[in-house]
Design a protein around this ligand. Structure first.
Ligand SMILES: [Zn+2]
Length: 69
């Protein structure tokens, strides 16, 4: 249960990141996602924030992100 603070979900980082697609602030956005990118053999993880709608638009036809929670 995340309660009323659900809109402030920031994912694995402490603050919301700007949308990596449109560059706008994601503060208060209903459909905010965090992408975690890694590249072997490094253990480093790059996090990117995005509006879910914008991310879906950037995906190739046939791919779609479904938020599960
Ligand atoms: Zn965006």
């Amino acid at each position: 249960m995340m309660g009323a603070d659900q809109r402030e979900w920031t994912g694995p980082v402490t603050t919301r990141m700007r949308c990596c697609i449109c560059g706008d602030d994601t503060e208060g956005a209903d459909n905010y996602i965090v992408l975690a990118l890694s590249a072997a053999p490094s253990d480093a993880i790059q996090y990117l924030g995005a509006h879910a709608d914008h991310f879906n638009r950037a995906l190739a036809p046939g791919f779609h992100l479904d938020a599960t929670e």
